[in-house]
Design a protein around this ligand. Structure first.
Ligand code: TXA
Ligand code: MG
Length: 329
C-alpha cells in the first residue's frame, strides 16, 4: 500500500473506508496512527491483528474536539477540561472513566479510556469529517519503533491497511504525554513533549510521576522493552563511547552511533548519525534515525546518552525502551 497525499479527496475516501470498518493510517503531530472506527468492535480488533498486539493493551481514542469528551468518558473532572482547553489539539492523552458503551476491545477491558485531540491538520480534518472517535495506536508492529513518516508505515504495515494518508514527517516525533485522571490524584503514565512542569502549572498540584520511567510497569503496554530496533542497541555514556566503538571496529564489526555531541569520524564500518542538541530536535528525529541505522544490518548501534535532565525525560524514557544500558551487555 503506497501512501496517498492527504488532500481533500483522499481524506473523504479515508472516511468511507473507516465507515466500512477498515483500517486507515494517518499522521498526527507525534507519530503516525493506525486508525479504526472506535465504536466498531470488529474494526478495532483489526488493529490488534495488524499490529500483532496483545488484546489487553488499550488504545487511545482520537476525537475532533474537547466537546466530544463526554461521548466517551463519564465523571470528567474539571482538571481534565482545563488540560484539554490548554493543550488540545496537542500531544496529550487523558485517561478518564469510560462510558459503558465504549467497546471493551478499545480499552483492553479496563474501566477507563484514553482520549486525545491530535494537533495535526490532516488528523483533525479526518476526525471532523468522520464525526466519531478513531481508535489509533502508533502504526508500527508490536514492540517496534513508532513511525514518524508515511513510508515507515508502508514498510511495516502496508499490507494490513486500506489506506495510508501521507501528511509529511511528524513534528514532535515521540508519542503523546499520557496523564491518568481516573484516580484520586493525576498521574503521569507516559512522558512526552508536554512536560511535568507545564502540566503541574495548570493542575496546581503535583503530578504523580513514576520514579523510574525505564523499568516501572505503570499501564498495560508500558513495558520495559518496547519500541526496539532489531539491531542490538546500547546506551553508552559519552566518555566510554570511543573505546566501545573502537573495540568492535577492531574486531571487524560494523557499528552505528547516534551521536549526541561526540565527533566520531565515519568510515566504511562506522555509521555516525549526529543528533540535534535540543531535546525537541532530538525527539523529532529519534525514531527515523534509529530506523535508518537498523536498516544497515550492523552488529550494534551505540546511542550516546543525552543529558539526564527534565527536558530530556521523554527522550530518555524512549531510549530506555529501545536500548540496553552498557553495563548489561
Ligand atoms: O502519540 C500518541 O499517543 C500516538 C498517536 C497515534 O496518537 N498513539 C500511541 O498509541 O502512542 P499507542 O497505542 O502506541 O500507545 C497508547 C498508550 C499505551 O501505552 C496504552 O497502555 C496507554 O496508551 N493507554 C491507552 N488506554 C489506556 C487506559 N485506559 N489506561 C491506561 N493506559 C492506557
Ligand atoms: Mg505504540
Amino acid at each position: 500500500m503506497e501512501p496517498k497525499k492527504a488532500d481533500a479527496a483522499a481524506i473523504a475516501e479515508a472516511v468511507q473506508l473507516l465507515r466500512q470498518g477498515l483500517l486507515v493510517a494517518f499522521p498526527t503531530e507525534t507519530v503516525y496512527g493506525l486508525g479504526a472506527d472506535a465504536s466498531n468492535a470488529l474494526a478495532v480488533q483489526g488493529i490488534f491483528a495488524a499490529k500483532g498486539r496483545p488484546a489487553d493493551h488499550p488504545l487511545i481514542v482520537h476525537i475532533a474536539e474537547a466537546a466530544m469528551l463526554d461521548d466517551w468518558a463519564v465523571h470528567v473532572p474539571t482538571v481534565a477540561r482545563q488540560l484539554a482547553a490548554r493543550f488540545w489539539p496537542g500531544p496529550l492523552a487523558l485517561v478518564l472513566r469510560k462510558r459503558a458503551a465504549v467497546p471493551a476491545v478499545v480499552t483492553g477491558g479496563q474501566e477507563t479510556v484514553a482520549l486525545r485531540v491530535p494537533g495535526h491538520p490532516v488528523a483533525l480534518q479526518l476526525l471532523h469529517a468522520f464525526g466519531g472517535g478513531i481508535a489509533a495506536p502508533s502504526a508500527n508492529r508490536f514492540c517496534r519503533i513508532s513511525p514518524t513518516q508515511a513510508a515507515h508505515v508502508a514498510e511495516e504495515l502496508g499490507a494490513a491497511v486500506a489506506m495510508i494518508l501521507d501528511g509529511g514527517p511528524c513534528q514532535v516525533g515521540v508519542e503523546s504525554t499520557i496523564v491518568d485522571l481516573s484516580g484520586m490524584r493525576p498521574r503521569l503514565l507516559r512522558p512526552g513533549h508536554i512536560g511535568v512542569a507545564e502540566l503541574e502549572a495548570l493542575l496546581q498540584q503535583p503530578l504523580l510521576v513514576p520514579e523510574s520511567l525505564d523499568t516501572d510497569i505503570r499501564a498495560p503496554g508500558m513495558m520495559a522493552v518496547h519500541y526496539a530496533p532489531k539491531t542490538q542497541a546500547v546506551c553508552c555514556p559519552s566518555a566510554l563511547l570511543s573505546g566501545q566503538v573502537r573495540a568492535l571496529l577492531d574486531s571487524g564489526r560494523r557499528v552505528g552511533v547516534l551521536a549526541y555531541q561526540h565527533g566520531l569520524p565515519d568510515n566504511a564500518n562506522l555509521h555516525v548519525v549526529p543528533m540535534p542538541a535540543s531535546a525537541e530536535g532530538y525527539a523529532q528525529s529519534l525514531y527515523a534515525s534509529l530506523r535508518a541505522l537498523d536498516a544497515l544490518q550492523l552488529t550494534c548501534i551505540f546511542v550516546e546518552s543525552p543529558p539526564q535532565t527534565e527536558a530530556w525525560r521523554a527522550v530518555n524514557d524512549r531510549l530506555g525502551k529501545a536500548t540496553v544500558p552498557l553495563a548489561a551487555v
